[in-house]
Design a protein around this ligand. Structure first.
Ligand code: NMX
Ligand code: MLT
Length: 434
């Protein structure tokens, strides 16, 4: 069965579950909202539903019920590589099933056949000023491609609500096949001569990205690992939520993906990965060739906190332990680059930062998150323009966000529209003020 046929079967089985909950159990409470939550970024408010991934504070992410090590070992592997096909992960997120070899090969061929960013997109990006941030270029490139949307054409032709997910799947497949190519062009435009490289349609998504970036193996495995690790982190994080929110207005996935990237580009979210490298470079500039001792590193960390800044790559809104995505990248480094100088810096930060954050007593989670480790690996394989790192996060995150949008449409989730209150109303509820 094709991906669309498999999904149609799964969606048909799932719809009655959602319908029953809405129709007969819609009044059952899933939580209460406090003033602290209303004024505190809705932290912990349970009002989003997704079956694609779930984040346990003490265990970390599970994709369709599988932990990261389980996903990496269960998905079909690219021949001669340590890592699975990203396409297999897409199949898993969409259907909930570990795909067979032939299902993965079918999806690899489908996505390869869709590659080819339209040349007008490159022209749009070339017209932007040279100091434009890579995330702005990436987001603008996706927005420029919006005219390709098949959903928009089908909607205008009167497609019924129950079938909205079908052209949305088509749009998502088109976009997934091109995000790597667009990202690589952004890199070449910013830091090389700006000529696009032709994609290699014989390769899987990870292999083609390494080819487009011109980086030798095992960078193809690095790309596969990165795109899988960054794909999804349930629905409440800024990028996933932004994508979901925009798509809930039936905006197509190009609008939604561009919006999610704009949220990912914030330093408290995905941009933290470039900030980690920027911070480490600052320390290296001061240290010269000398490796800092634990005491010296602690001084740098304290100076950053005393200046009122956050330590990038540490802390999390939900997690209360070391991010398993950090651990997986650390395992990769221990195997492939144990003596890399930046790895030694990151490892030292792992020892030094948590006790200082605990001692300071503000951060609820003193442990490192995914962004603390991105730069080490990229830097090692020659990608030293750290402004670009969040684009890699975005290529991965598009997989989860768009998978969610397909299911949102399949289950008929309505336009999102929470209610706001005024400060005076909160004061009245609290029994204070006039
Ligand atoms: N360094 C210094 N202070 C921190 C840190 C940190 N790494 N993490 C949290 N705090 C502070 C935070 O700023 C807040 O201070 P204040 O009360 O003065 O506003 C206090 O601790 C309580 O914050 P939390 O409730 O622990 O964290 P919250 O859920 O609000 O925010 C993050 C979560 C991830 C935004 C926050 O931990 C942070 O800013 N980390 C550094 C940036 C980062 O690594 N972001 C990437 C997250 C992962 N991702 O990819 O998105
Ligand atoms: C993410 O991957 O989106 C980040 O870890 C942030 C989050 O989950 O809140």
């Amino acid at each position: 069965m094709s991906l669309e046929e498999t999904l149609a079967e799964k969606i048909g089985e799932w719809r009655p579950r959602t319908e029953l909950l809405v129709k007969q159990y819609g009044d059952v409470k899933v939580g209460e909202v406090t003033i602290g939550q209303a004024l505190g970024g809705a932290r912990g408010v349970r009002c989003l539903v997704t079956d694609i991934s779930y984040l346990d504070p003490n265990e970390g992410i599970r994709f369709r019920g599988f932990t990261i090590p389980e996903v990496l070992s269960a998905l079909p592997r690219v021949p001669g590589s340590d890592m699975p096909y990203v396409e297999g992960h897409i199949w898993l997120l969409l259907t909930g099933d570990i795909p067979t070899e032939s299902q993965v090969h079918g999806l690899v061929a489908d996505l390869a056949g869709r590659r080819g960013v339209p040349s007008y997109v490159f022209d749009v990006l070339r017209a932007m000023p040279p100091d434009t941030h890579p995330m702005t270029l990436f987001s603008a490139g996706i927005l420029a491609m919006q005219r390709e949307s098949k959903f928009v054409k089908a909607y205008e032709a009167g497609l019924g609500k129950m079938d909205h997910w079908r052209p949305t799947l088509e749009d998502a497949l088109d976009l997934w096949s091109r995000t790597g190519e667009l990202g690589a062009f952004v890199y070449r435009l910013k830091y090389r001569d700006g000529t696009p490289v032709e994609p290699d349609r014989r390769l899987d998504l990870g292999g083609d990205f390494a080819h487009l970036m011109g980086i030798a193996p095992p960078y193809d495995d690095v790309a596969r690992l990165f795109f899988i690790l960054h794909s999804d982190h349930e629905s409440g994080n800024v990028s996933a939520h932004a994508g979901h929110l925009v798509a809930s207005a039936l905006s197509d996935v190009y609008y939604a993906a561009s919006a999610m990237l704009n949220g990912l580009a914030g330093p408290l979210h995905g941009l933290a990965n470039q900030e980690v490298l920027r911070w480490i470079q600052g320390v290296m500039d001061q240290m010269g060739d000398e490796q800092p001792t634990e005491e010296k590193m602690a001084e740098f960390v304290r100076a950053t906190l005393d200046a009122g800044q956050v330590i990038p790559g540490f802390g999390h809104a939900v997690l209360r332990k070391t991010d398993p995505r950090y651990t997986e990248q650390r395992n990769f480094c221990l195997k492939h680059l144990p003596d890399d100088p930046i790895f030694r810096y990151v490892d030292l930060l792992y020892k030094v930062v948590p006790p200082i954050l605990q001692e300071q007593g503000k951060a609820k989670n003193p442990w490192p998150n995914v962004d603390a480790h991105t730069g080490v690996i990229q830097w090692h394989y020659g990608l030293r323009e750290y402004d670009f790192y969040t684009v890699l996060f975005g290529i991965g995150r598009a997989i989860g966000v768009l998978s969610n949008i397909i299911w949102d449409r399949a289950l008929g989730y309505p336009i999102e529209r929470p209610k706001s209150l005024t400060t005076e109303m909160l004061e009245q509820m609290a029994g204070i003020g006039a």
